[in-house]
Design a protein around this ligand. Structure first.
Ligand code: IVH
Length: 710
C-alpha cells in the first residue's frame, strides 16, 4: 500500500475532518514506522513518509486540542513492542546462507567436503526440504509440556508469545512418546495457507480492518496479537524443522530428529527427502519447483542440510549462518513498471550511486518504488533511460533491481543517462579513480569532498548508529538526517554530548520542545545513548566505518589485538613507518587480515582529523577489552598458535575454528609471541622460523593430545 495523501488544504479542514484524518495518520505513520524499524521493509519512499508527518504536524498546529495521545509527533521511531516480554534464546536463532544458481549449490557441497576433509568415495547425505515462507518460532518443552513460545526477534532475543502459540491447533501442548527429552527447544515455521489467507483478507476488508500484503505478513500479524483470542481465530499452521537447546538429542541424524519430532506429535514437512550428490539435489529442487504452485502455502526455495549431526557439529557456523546448511532460493519475481527518475545517492565513502525511482508496483507481495541500478556502466550497458518501461526483479529480502528495458515501449526522444561529474550534495568533483593495483578505472565515481561533504558525514553517522554498530534505539537514519541538518550531531562524539548541550540551549530550541518529539521520547533517547557508553571492541571498530572493515574483519582485529589502544598504536605506526615496519607486519600477520585492510587502517589512522574525532569520541565511549566467549580454562586459553603444513585429521579452517573455541589465538605467522607451532606434513619456512625462535613445535597428534581430542 502506498501513502494516502489527502488533497484538501489543511486551512480548509473542518474539525470533524481533521479529527478523522489525525486518527488515520496516527495509524498509518505507526504502520510505516513498524515496517521501517522492525521489519526493515518500508513500502513508501522517505519523501512520502515525511509528507505524512508534515501533514500530521500541520493539522495539529491548526487544531492543537485534537492532538491525540498516540500522536506520531510524540514519538521518535517505532515504540518498542513492550506488551510481549523478551526471551533470550539459549542457542541463537540464526539464518541461512542463500544460493540462487546451481553452481552455488555445488560450491556448498564442495565446501562441506573440503572442510570435513572427505575422501572422494565418501558420500554426504543431504536432507532436502521446502523452505517455508512464514515466521520462525521457538517452542520450549519441559517434561513434554509446552512451556514457552518465542519469536526469532533479532536472533538473540525474541518475544514471548506463549499464549498465542498455545492457540495454534497443530502445536501440541504435550509431546507424546517415550523418547521425549526432559527439556528441548524445538523450532519451526508458522505459516498461513493460501486459502485461509484469502478468506482472512476478505473478512478483514468486509469489516474495514487491515488487509495483509501476503500470507507471511498475515501470519506474523496474526501471531503477534496482544489479544491471543484473535490469534486463535486465525488458522495458523506449523512445520517443525530444527531444534535449539536440548537435554538429550535422541537421534544421530537430521532425518532421525525430524522423525522423532513427528513421533512426538509435531507436523513435519511431508516433502522432506534424503538425497546425495549435486544431480539428485538439483532434481529435488526442480521437482519442488514444479509442485510449488499446487502446495497451497508459500515456499521461497528449498533448504539443504547435512544429515549427520556429528558432521553438522564439526562444520559449525560462520557469522550468522551454519556451514552445514544452505537455502536454495527460487528465482525472483519480475514485473515491469515505469522509470520516473534516476536519483544520485552519496554514500559513506563518497560513492555516487544511481537509484531508480519507479512508478509503484507490487512485486513479490510488496510495493516497490525504489530499485538499484548498480553503477553508471551498468546503466550504459543496459541503455536505461528516464521514461523507459523497465523490468524490475525482487528476490526475497534483497533490494529490488532494474534488470533491463522493454525497448518496444520506449517513447520517442528519451535521452541517454549521463552521470553527473560533480557531487549532487556538496558540488565537489566526482571522479572515477584508477585502481592502484590493476590500473583499471574504478566502476564507482566518488565525491572528492571528503569531510566537507554533508552526505558522506551523514552516511558515516548512520553507519555508526546502525544495528551491527552502536545500535542506538531511537537514533536511526531519519533522526541522524534531522539532527545533522540542524547542526546538533555532526560527528560521532556529538551523539554522546547531545544531552549536555541540549540542556544548555534556550528552552524553545531544546529537543523535547521540538515538533515531532516529546519529553518522554527524548528522555528515552538519552537513556539509549548512555547505555552505549560501553561497547564491545569489535562493534566499536566496525562502527568507525573504515574502508574494507566489515563485521567479520572488525571481529578478527578485535580478537587478535584485544584492546583499541593496541589497534590504534599499531595502525599509527604502520601509517608512519610504512610497509616494512614491524607494526605493518604485525597487522598483516593477523589471520583474516591482508594488505588491503592494513592499508585502509594506515590511511584512516594516518589522518590527523580522524585521530582528533576519535580522541573526542573516546572521551565519551569506552570500547571494552575483547574477551573470547569460549572455553576459559582450556590448556590453550590465551595461547597464540600457528598452524603450518598439511594437517591430516582436520582441515585448516576446522583446526582454526576449534582452537579459537578453546580460547587460543590463531596467528598467520611465527613471532616472539607464538606459544605453539603445529606442524603438519611438508611444513616449510614457518617451522624453520619456529625452531630458530625457540618456539615449541607440536605435531598434529601432540596438539590433539594437548587439547584433549586425541
Ligand atoms: S533451518 C540454523 N529449515 O528460513 C538454521 N529454516 O532464511 C535453521 N525456514 O530463519 C533454519 N523453512 O525461519 C530451516 N525447512 C527450513 C526452513 C527454514 C523456512 C526459515 C527460517 C530461517 C530462515 C532463514
Amino acid at each position: 500500500m502506498t501513502a494516502r495523501t489527502h488533497s484538501k488544504p489543511v486551512a480548509k479542514l473542518t474539525e470533524a475532518e481533521a479529527k478523522r484524518e489525525l486518527a488515520d495518520l496516527a495509524a498509518e505513520i505507526a504502520r510505516h514506522d513498524a515496517l521501517y524499524y522492525r521489519q526493515d521493509a518500508p513500502t513508501i519512499t522517505d519523501a512520502d513518509y515525511d509528507a505524512l508527518r508534515l501533514r500530521n504536524a500541520a493539522i495539529e498546529d491548526r487544531f492543537p486540542h485534537l492532538r491525540r495521545p498516540d500522536s506520531p509527533s510524540a514519538r521518535v521511531g517505532a515504540a518498542p513492542v513492550e506488551a510481549f516480554g523478551k526471551v533470550r534464546h539459549a542457542v541463537p536463532m540464526l539464518s541461512l546462507n542463500n544460493a540462487f544458481a546451481d553452481e552455488e549449490v555445488a560450491d556448498f557441497l564442495a565446501r562441506v567436503r573440503r572442510f570435513l576433509n572427505l575422501k572422494e568415495e565418501d558420500g554426504v547425505e543431504i536432507v532436502a526440504e521446502p523452505k517455508i515462507d512464514g515466521l520462525s518460532i521457538s517452542l520450549t518443552y519441559e517434561d513434554g509440556r509446552l512451556l514457552l513460545g518465542a519469536t526469532r526477534g533479532d536472533g538473540s532475543e525474541g518475544e514471548n508469545v506463549t499464549a498465542n502459540v498455545m492457540t495454534i491447533q497443530q502445536i501440541p501442548h504435550r509431546l507424546k512418546g517415550r523418547s521425549v527429552p526432559e527439556r528441548i527447544e524445538l523450532r519451526g515455521e508458522i505459516y498461513l495457507p493460501h486459502a485461509d489467507f484469502k478468506k482472512l483478507n476478505e473478512d478483514q476488508a468486509a469489516a474495514g480492518g487491515k488487509v495483509f500484503a501476503n500470507p507471511r505478513n498475515a501470519a506474523a500479524g496474526s501471531l503477534r496479537q496482544l489479544d491471543a483470542s484473535i490469534t486463535a481465530r486465525r488458522p495458523l499452521r506449523f512445520f517443525a524443522y530444527a531444534w535449539g537447546e536440548a537435554s538429550t538429542v535422541p537421534a544421530p541424524t537430521q532425518l532421525g530428529m525430524l522423525e522423532a519430532m513427528k513421533s512426538w506429535g509435531l507436523p513435519t514437512n511431508p516433502l522432506t527427502r534424503v538425497v546425495s550428490g549435486a544431480d539428485k539435489i538439483l532434481a529435488y529442487y526442480a521437482d519442488i519447483g514444479r509442485k510449488r504452485a499446487a502446495l497451497g502455502y508459500d515456499i521461497d526455495g528449498v533448504v539443504y542440510k547435512v544429515n549427520r549431526l556429528d558432521w553438522q557439529e564439526r562444520l559449525g557456523f560462520v557469522s550468522r549462518a551454519p556451514r552445514w546448511a544452505i537455502a536454495h532460493k527460487f528465482p525472483a519475481e519480475e514485473v515491469t513498471t515505469k522509470l520516473i527518475d534516476i536519483e544520485i545517492q552519496v554514500g559513506r565513502t563518497g560513492a555516487l550511486t544511481p537509484a531508480a525511482k519507479l512508478e509503484p508496483v507490487t512485486v513479490g507481495g510488496v510495493v516497490v518504488s525504489n530499485a538499484t541500478l548498480h553503477n553508471e556502466d551498468e546503466i550504459a550497458r543496459k541503455d536505461i533511460r528516464v521514461g523507459d518501461t523497465v523490468i524490475v526483479r525482487r528476490a526475497g529480502d534483497v533490494i529490488p533491481q532494474v534488470m533491463g528495458v522493454v525497448l518496444d515501449k520506449r517513447p520517442k526522444g528519451l535521452r541517454a543517462f549521463k552521470m553527473p561529474e560533480t557531487c549532487p550534495v556538496c558540488g565537489s568533483h566526482a571522479v572515477r579513480e584508477a585502481d592502484e593495483k590493476t590500473g583499471r578505472t574504478d566502476v564507482v565515481r566518488r565525491c572528492t569532498g571528503g569531510l566537507i561533504c554533508p552526505a558522506q558525514a551523514k552516511e558515516r553517522l548512520k553507519h555508526f548508529v546502525s544495528r551491527n554498530a552502536f545500535d542506538i534505539e531511537g537514533l536511526g537514519e531519519k533522526q541522524i538526517e534531522l539532527f545533522y541538518d540542524e547542526g546538533r550531531i555532526m560527528r560521532p562524539a556529538d551523539i554522546f554530548t547531545l544531552k549536555a548541550r541540549n540542556a544548555r540551549l534556550p528552552e524553545d530550541q531544546r529537543l523535547e520542545n521540538k515538533k515531532g518529539f516529546g519529553a518522554k521520547s527524548i528522555e528515552n533517547l538519552f537513556k539509549a545513548i548512555d547505555a552505549r557508553r560501553k561497547i564491545s571492541l569489535d562493534r566499536f571498530i566496525y562502527a568507525l566505518g573504515i574502508r574494507h572493515i566489515g563485521e567479520t574483519t572488525a571481529r578478527d582485529l578485535a580478537k587478535a589485538l584485544t584492546t583499541f589502544d593496541a589497534l590504534r598504536t599499531a595502525s599509527r605506526a604502520a601509517a608512519k613507518d610504512g610497509k616494512d615496519s614491524d607494526a605493518y607486519q604485525e597487522l598483516d600477520n593477523i589471520e583474516g587480515i591482508g594488505e588491503t585492510v592494513v592499508d585502509a587502517l594506515a590511511d584512516f589512522f594516518g589522518e590527523a582529523h580522524n585521530l582528533e574525532a576519535l580522541g573526542d569520541l573516546l572521551k565519551e565511549v569506552t570500547p571494552e577489552t575483547f574477551t573470547h566467549t569460549v572455553t576459559k580454562d582450556s590448556p590453550v586459553t590465551d595461547k597464540t598458535v600457528v598452524f603450518t603444513g598439511t594437517l591430516e585429521k582436520m582441515t585448516r579452517p576446522e583446526a582454526k575454528a576449534l582452537a579459537e573455541r578453546l580460547g587460543a589465538k590463531v596467528a598467520g605467522s611465527v613471532s616472539k609471541k607464538t606459544d605453539y607451532v603445529i606442524a603438519g606434513a611438508d611444513a616449510g619456512s614457518k617451522l624453520a622460523k619456529a625452531r630458530e625462535a625457540g618456539v615449541t613445535v607440536l605435531t598434529e597428534d601432540e596438539w590433539l593430545a594437548l587439547i584433549g581430542r586425541a
